[in-house]
Design a protein around this ligand. Structure first.
Ligand SMILES: CC(=O)CC(=O)SCCNC(=O)CCNC(=O)[C@H](O)C(C)(C)COP(=O)(O)OP(=O)(O)OC[C@H]1O[C@@H](n2cnc3c(N)ncnc32)[C@H](O)[C@@H]1OP(=O)(O)O
Ligand SMILES: NC(=O)C1=CN([C@@H]2O[C@H](COP(=O)(O)OP(=O)(O)OC[C@H]3O[C@@H](n4cnc5c(N)ncnc54)[C@H](OP(=O)(O)O)[C@@H]3O)[C@@H](O)[C@H]2O)C=CC1
Length: 290
């Protein structure tokens, strides 16, 4: 039975997962290598919980209780108590494999290790752990407190008991599960990211400006965010990594990452999280960069 959830990576997804887990009553141990990340993450979680209080979705008492259940830590040994550890670090296989090498010796042998990866092979990531039977993908959507879906992905060795425990955990968070097979980028990103990449090609080829493309998809297809706004929201580094995984994994030129996306990432323009992407967020309102 899962009581304590360990989370690795206090970025946008790690904090979102910490938020919903604590709100559902789980004890949460939030680990990141950077102490300032943890501090900033806890402040973000508090802000998002407060939003839920002001919109009447949560009482202030529940906000305080949820916050008190989250402990931030820069010491990986603090994950020893966790029944389930969810890794939500950068979408980079080398970084994730390194983390598994560090966390597995710390974790209880019976504990489950899950990854929030957007695209990487669960089977291949499992091979970098000491517990492929108790390893799987639990893929949350951004922003975690709002999005109802969680994709569950088994690796070749994932045991049924692991899958069941993950399914129960997600149900307890009041989210809906879809099951995806272990193919590059699973279901949501297999469909969503080529659309975003195509929007970037549309910009690259001069078919429309950032504003024209986003307005077209918001008003013409009823998307809540335009594709370029969404790319900035996800993070352009993450978008590029997903396209590379699709391109390498499916060996089809239709998944070729747009050179403009590559250029933005090379410039360190990663979207909202770095202050600039297809929009510049450093002023009062976002301004298109093209
Ligand atoms: C890359 C991957 O691996 C997979 C992915 O996640 S792909 C990305 C999937 N996500 C999407 O496609 C998101 C698309 N965008 C949307 O659905 C909407 O724009 C949105 C829900 C983010 C915001 O909706 P909106 O109507 O424009 O804004 P707003 O009215 O301010 O917010 C709606 C609610 O979301 C909350 N919210 C908005 N942004 C938030 C954030 N970043 N974190 C937490 N909560 C947030 C607001 O507090 C509000 O909650 P209440 O109803 O409790 O007040
Ligand atoms: N963004 C999205 O919309 C979604 C992303 N995901 C997936 O979730 C994961 C995280 O993405 P996201 O939260 O957006 O990324 P962020 O860049 O916001 O956060 C990643 C976090 O991981 C930290 N980190 C990096 N290396 C280590 C390490 N060795 N040990 C501990 N922490 C580390 C980073 O710290 P630092 O910045 O200091 O390097 C950062 O705090 C990725 O796998 C991504 O594909 C899944 C669904 C949606």
């Amino acid at each position: 039975m899962i009581k304590t959830v360990g989370i690795i990576g206090a970025g946008q997804m790690g904090c979102g997962i910490a938020h919903v887990s604590a709100a559902a009553g789980y004890k949460v141990q939030l680990y990141d290598i950077a102490a300032d990340r943890i501090e900033a993450g806890l402040a973000t979680i508090n802000g998002n919980l407060a939003r839920q209080v002001s919109s009447g979705k949560m009482s202030d008492e529940d906000r305080k209780r949820a916050l008190s259940l989250i402990k931030g830590s820069g010491d990986i040994n603090d994950l020893a108590q966790a029944d389930l550890v969810i890794e939500a670090v950068t979408e980079d296989e080398t970084v994730k494999r390194k983390i598994y090498g560090q966390v597995c010796p710390v974790m209880r042998p019976d504990a489950i290790l899950a990854t929030n990866t957007s695209s990487l092979s669960i089977t291949r990531l499992a091979s970098a752990t000491d517990r492929p039977e108790r390893f799987m993908g639990i893929h949350f959507m951004n922003p975690v407190p709002v999005m109802k879906l969680v994709e569950l992905v088994r690796g070749i060795a994932t045991e049924e008991e692991t899958f069941k425990a993950a399914k129960e955990f997600v149900a307890h968070l009041d989210k809906t599960v879809t099951v995806a097979e272990d193919f590059p980028a699973f279901i949501v990103n297999r469909i969503l990211l080529p659309m975003i990449n195509e929007a970037i090609y549309t910009l690259y080829e001069g078919v429309g400006t950032v504003d024209a493309i986003d307005t077209a998809m918001k008003l013409g297809a009823n998307h809540p965010m335009g594709p370029l706004q969404l790319a900035d929201f996800i993070g352009l580094d993450t978008c590029l990594s997903i396209m590379q995984v699709l391109h390498d994994g499916l060996a089809d030129s239709k998944y070729r990452p747009c050179p403009l996306l590559v250029k933005y990432v090379e410039a360190g323009w990663l979207g909202r999280k770095s202050g600039r992407g297809f929009y510049d967020y450093r002023g009062e309102v976002p301004v298109p960069t093209r």
